[in-house]
Design a protein around this ligand. Sequence first.
Ligand SMILES: CC(C)(COP(=O)(O)OP(=O)(O)OC[C@H]1O[C@@H](n2cnc3c(N)ncnc32)[C@H](O)[C@@H]1OP(=O)(O)O)[C@@H](O)C(=O)NCCC(=O)NCCS
Ligand SMILES: [Zn+2]
Length: 237
Amino acid sequence: MTGIVHAVYDMCVYDAEVCDPPHRARVNSSMNSSSESRRGKMSNVFIHPLAVIDQGAQIGEGTKIWHFAHVRSTAKIGAGCNIGRDVYIDADVVIGDRVKIQNGVSVYHGVTIEDDVFCGPHMVFTNDMYPRAFSTSWTVSKTLVKRGASIGAHATIVCNVTLGEYCMVGAGSVVTKDVPPHALVVGNPARVIGFVCKCGQPLRREIRRTSEAVTLHCEKCDTDTVIPMNDYMKMVR
Ligand SMILES: CC(C)(COP(=O)(O)OP(=O)(O)OC[C@H]1O[C@@H](n2cnc3c(N)ncnc32)[C@H](O)[C@@H]1OP(=O)(O)O)[C@@H](O)C(=O)NCCC(=O)NCCS
Ligand SMILES: [Zn+2]
C-alpha cells in the first residue's frame, strides 16, 4: 500500500461530481499537491470515490470513471468516455473520445483504442503472445481498436491484431486475426459472418456489386456501406 492514501473525497483534486454517499476517494498521496493545475485538465470529470487514479493520468472533459476502476499514471483517456466498474487502464494506454468500457475490462499496455469504441462487459485484451510466469523479458504485442468498433461481452482479443473501423465482435468470440472494417465476426476462432452498418445494424441488402466492391444498404438508417471485395471474400457464409 506504499504511496497510496485514503483521502476524504472533498479534498480530492478533481472538479468532479461526488457520488452519493460521498465516502472516500482512494488516490495517490501526491494528489494532495498542485491541485490548481490538475483542476484545469479535469473539469467536469466524474471520478467515483472508490476509483484509483494515479497522479499524471490524463482524463478528458466529461469522462466518468466508476467504482474500483484503476487508471495508471501514464494512461490517457479522452473526453466523454464511460469507464465502468472494475476497469483497469494500464500504463501508456491511449483511449480516444466517447469510448464506453463496460464493467470488468482490463486495457493492457500495448492496447490503443480510438474514438467511439464500445468494449462489452468482461471482454479481455491480451498483450503477451507466449506468456510465461517466470520470463524476465517479454515482448509487448499490440492491439489497435479503430474508430467505432464494438466488442461483445466476454470476447477475447488475442494480441497483434487490428479491429477495423465500425466492426463488431460477437459475444464470447476469440479474435485471432485482423478484423476488416464493418465486419461482423463470431466464434472461436472468430470468422467474418457478415457486415454491419456504422449504426450497428447487420447489413443484409446488397444493392451493387463490381469486381472491386460490394455495396450494402442499411434499412435502419438508410445509408450505403461499400465493402472492398477483398474483405467481402473473407465472409464464411
Ligand atoms: C454477433 C451478433 C451481433 C449477431 O447478431 P445477428 O446478426 O442478429 O445474428 P443472428 O442472431 O442472426 O445469428 C447468426 C448466426 O450467428 C450465430 N451467432 C450469433 N452470435 C454469436 C456469437 N456471439 N457467437 C457465436 N455465434 C453467434 C447464431 O447462432 C447464428 O448461427 P446459425 O446461422 O448457425 O443459426 C450478436 O449475436 C452478438 O453477439 N451481439 C453482442 C451482444 C453483446 O455482447 N453486447 C454487449 C453489451 S450488453
Ligand atoms: Zn445503419
